[in-house]
Design a binder for this molecule. Structure first.
Ligand SMILES: CC/C=C\C/C=C\C[C@@H](O)/C=C/C=C/C=C\[C@@H](O)CCCC(=O)O
Ligand code: ZN
Length: 634
C-alpha cells in the first residue's frame, strides 16, 4: 500500500518566502497519517511551479573528461504566473553555482541566490530573487564528478577501448544533477544546446541530431517540442551512424554498428505500423543510440534518440521488444506524460500495451502471446516477491526514492488493465479511444485523476453496459489483480509444461528434448518454471545438454544464473561473476544480488559488487548497494 512517510507538499517547500534559503524537505513534517497524496502535486521537486513556469532552456556546456565535469551556462526563459514576486526555486543536485543573472532581452543583471538544505532524495533547492520584469535567468555552474544522472566511462569500459564515453540518465529525478531547472514531469520545455567536446568525439542529444555534423568539437542541438526534464539526454563518445530506414538509424561505436543496424532493422516498420493506428509520429526522426554495457536499463525513451543497452543485440532479433517499447513511448510517455512519478503507470502501462501490439503487428500472433504471457508472469513475480513495492498503479511515492520503488507493476498491471478494456469493448473501438486520447492530451502532462475523468467522459459513457467505474477504480487504486482479469496464455509455452515435468520425473533425458525451434521466450519459460530446488545432477544435466552457463543470450543467461544461485551450482559461478561485472543493467543485477543475499551468499555478493562497482552507473551502485548492505528501504 501507499507509503505514509511523506515529504511536505511542494507548496510547503516551494512557497517558502522567508528571507532564508528554502527549507529542504523536512522528513519530520509527516502529512496526516493516511492522507492521500494530492493529485498534481509533485513531491519530488522543490520547484514552485505554481508561481513560475520555465518554458525554454538554452544550454551551453563544455565536457571535461579529465575533471569529469560538465560546465557552462543554463539560460532559462521563465513565465511568471502571478504577481506575488516570490523567489524562483529550482531543483539541483551536486551543482556548483558560480553566478546567477536575471533580466530580459540583453539586459541581464547579477541577482541574489542561495542554496537550501540538501535532501537525501531530492537534492538541493536553488532560490533566486528575480526582478519583477525578469523573463530570463542565466546560471553559470558545473556538475559534480559523481553527478547521479551522469556516467563517465573510461576507454576500457567501451567497445573500442580507445576513447572515454559519457551519457546521462535523467529519469526519474536526475536531470537536476546536470542542469538547474524545474525537474518535474508536469513542466514541459523546449531546449537548444551547444555542447563542446574533445575533437575526436561526437555529442548526441534527445534533439535534432545531425549524423553529417562535422566532428569539430562543437555540436548544436534543438528540441522544438516541449518535453519534461527527465527526457533531456546527452551522450558523448566515439560514435558513428548507420541509417536503417527513412526516419530511423543507429548511432554506436563502430565495433557495434553493423550488428546493431541488423538487429534493429525492423524499427522503421515498427514506426510505420504504430503511427497507422495511434496517430502521426510527432518527433521527426527516431534513431537509436547503443550505449556501453554499464547502461543501467534496457532502454530509455529519450525523444528522437532512444538510448539502448547492447545486451539486446542477440543476433536473432529475440530481444527487440525493447525497441518496440522505447518507440511506443513516442506516444505514451513522451507525447502524453505522467504529471508526477505517482502516475508512472500512464507512461509505462500504456507503453507496455502498445509494445505488445507492435510485436503482434510485426512478428505475428504467437510472438504476441508469448510476450504477453511473459509479462503476466513478471507481474505475478513482483506481486509475490516484492511486498515492499505497492501493488497499486498510482503509487504513493511521498518520501521515497523513485529508483528504489521501480518494478514491473506499473508496466504489467497497467498493460493488463488496458488489455481488459480492449477485450470488453473490442480492439477497433479501443484503438479509436487510444488515438483520441493521444490527440486530446498531446504534449500535455496529466495525472491519474485526469485519465479517470477522461475515461468517464468517453468509454464509460459510450459503453455503460460493458465497463464498470468501480472496477476501474479497483484496478488503479487497490492492491492485487481484480477477480476475473485476463490471464494471457501461449500454446508455445503450454506445451513446455509437460516436457519440463517429464524431465523432472526422470522420464526423459535433457539431451533427448527437441529444443530446435525454441525462441528465447520459450527458454525463459522453461527455465523460470523450474522448481525452487534442483539436485546437482539435474543442474549438471541441464547445463551439459543446453550449454546454459555459456549462453550468449543475456535473458537466457539471467534465467539460468537465477537457478544456479539458488542452488549454489558452482560451475556457473565464474559466468555469474563475469555477468554481474560486465553488465550494468539493473533488470538483471538487482534480482541476482538479491538472490545471493537471500540465499546466504551475501559475502560473495559484496566481493563481486566491490570489484565491479567502479564500472557501474551511480544509480546501479545505489540500488544494489542498498540490496547488499541493507540501505534505504524507503
Ligand atoms: C513507481 C516508481 C516511480 C517512478 C520511477 C521512475 C523511474 C525510475 C528510474 O530508476 C528510471 C527508470 C528507467 C527505466 C527505463 C527503462 C525501462 O522502461 C525498462 C527497465 C527494465 C529493463 O532494463 O528492461
Ligand atoms: Zn518504458
Amino acid at each position: 500500500g501507499g507509503c505514509s512517510k511523506s515529504e511536505p507538499t511542494s507548496e510547503t517547500q516551494a512557497n517558502s518566502d522567508s528571507a532564508a534559503a528554502p527549507q529542504a524537505a523536512d522528513p519530520a513534517q509527516k502529512s496526516a497519517a493516511g492522507e492521500m497524496p494530492k493529485s498534481g502535486v509533485d513531491y519530488h521537486s522543490f520547484a514552485n511551479t505554481d508561481d513560475y513556469r520555465v518554458q525554454h532552456l538554452d544550454l551551453d556546456l563544455t565536457v571535461d573528461f579529465s575533471r569529469k565535469v560538465l560546465e557552462g551556462e543554463a539560460q532559462l526563459q521563465v513565465k511568471r504566473l502571478n504577481d506575488k514576486n516570490k523567489p524562483l526555486i529550482l531543483d539541483t543536485r551536486g551543482l556548483e553555482i558560480d553566478a546567477v543573472k536575471a533580466g530580459h532581452g540583453d539586459k541581464m543583471e547579477p541577482v541574489k541566490f542561495s542554496m537550501g538544505e540538501k535532501d537525501d532524495h531530492l537534492g538541493t533547492p536553488l532560490k533566486i530573487n528575480l526582478p519583477k520584469n525578469a523573463t530570463k535567468v542565466a546560471i553559470q555552474y558545473r556538475t559534480s564528478p559523481d553527478a547521479s544522472g551522469v556516467q563517465w566511462l573510461e576507454p576500457q569500459q567501451t567497445a573500442g577501448k580507445a576513447h572515454p564515453f559519457l551519457f546521462t540518465q535523467a529519469q526519474a529525478i536526475h536531470a537536476r544533477s546536470f542542469v538547474p531547472l524545474q525537474d518535474s514531469p508536469k513542466v514541459r520545455i523546449t531546449y537548444n544546446a551547444t555542447i563542446r567536446t574533445p575533437k575526436e568525439l561526437r555529442a548526441v542529444m534527445s534533439a535534432n541530431n545531425d549524423p553529417q555534423a562535422e566532428k569539430d568539437g562543437v555540436y548544436e542541438f534543438e528540441m522544438p517540442q516541449p518535453i519534461p526534464s527527465y527526457l533531456i539526454a546527452l551522450a558523448v563518445g566515439d560514435l558513428e551512424f548507420k541509417p536503417m530506414g527513412e526516419r530511423t538509424g543507429v548511432y554506436a561505436e563502430k565495433e557495434l554498428l553493423d550488428a546493431a543496424a541488423a538487429e534493429f532493422e525492423d524499427t522503421e516498420s515498427m514506426l510505420e505500423a504504430t503511427e497507422e493506428v495511434y496517430g502521426p509520429y510527432r518527433w521527426d526522426r527516431y534513431d537509436l543510440l547503443i550505449l556501453p554495457p554499464s547502461f543501467p536499463f534496457g532502454g530509455m525513451e529519450n525523444p528522437r534518440l532512444s538510448f539502448i543497452t547492447p545486451t539486446v543485440i542477440a543476433g536473432d532479433k529475440s530481444l527487440v521488444a525493447l525497441i518496440a517499447h522505447e518507440l511506443a513511448h513516442s506516444w505514451s510517455g513522451n507525447l502524453v506524460t505522467n504529471a508526477s512519478w505517482r502516475d508512472l503507470w500512464l507512461n509505462e502501462g500504456f507503453t507496455t500495451y502498445l509494445t505488445n501490439r507492435i510485436m503482434q503487428n510485426i512478428y505475428g500472433d504467437e510472438r504476441y502471446k508469448m510476450e504477453m504471457a511473459l509479462g503476466y508472469d513478471d507481474l505475478q513475480l513482483d506481486l509475490k516477491d516484492r511486498p515492499d513495492i505497492d501493488e497499486i498503479m498510482a503509487i504513493d511515492l511521498r518520501g521515497r526514492d523513485p529508483d528504489e520503488v521501480f518494478s514491473n507493476i506499473p508496466y504489467e498491471k497497467g498493460s493488463l488493465f488496458l488489455y481488459e478494456l480492449e477485450q470488453k469493448i473490442g480492439r477497433e473501438n479501443f484503438d479509436q479511444f487510444l488515438l483520441d486520447y493521444f490527440n486530446n492530451f498531446s504534449f500535455q502532462s496529466i495525472t491519474t485523476e485526469d485519465f479517470v475523468k477522461y475515461l468517464n467522459e468517453t468509454l464509460l459513457k459510450q459503453y455503460p453496459d460493458k465497463l464498470d467505474a468501480e472496477r476501474i477504480q479497483q484496478w488503479i487504486f487497490e492492491p492485487g489483480i481484480p477477480e476475473g482479469a485476463p490471464h494471457p496464455q501461449s500454446d508455445a509455452f503450454s506445451k513446455l509444461d509437460p516436457v519440463r515435468q517429464q524431465w523432472l520425473d526422470g522420464k526423459v533425458a535433457a539431451q533427448d528434448i527437441d529444443t530446435g525451434d525454441w525462441t528465447f521466450h520459450q527458454w525463459k519459460y522453461f527455465l523460470d518454471g523450474m522448481p525452487e530446488k534442483l539436485s546437482e545432477a539435474q543442474l549438471k544435466e541441464l547445463d551439459e545438454a543446453f550449454g546454459l552457463t555459456a549462453s550468449q543470450n543475456n535473458e537466457v543467461a539471467f534465467s539460468w544464473l537465477m537457478i544456479a544461485v539458488r542452488n549454489n551450482y558452482q560451475p556457473a559461478y565464474q559466468r555469474l561473476e563475469q555477468f554481474l561485472t560486465g553488465i550494468g543493467r539493473n533488470k538483471f543485477l538487482r534480482p541476482l544480488y538479491r538472490n545471493l543475499v537471500e540465499t546466504g551468499q551475501g559475502d560473495l555478493a559484496k566481493r563481486i559488487f566491490e570489484n565491479a562497482k567502479s564500472g557501474y552507473h551511480p544509480l546501479t551502485v545505489k540500488v544494489n548497494s542498498n540490496i547488499i548492505y541493507g540501505g534505504d528501504s524507503n
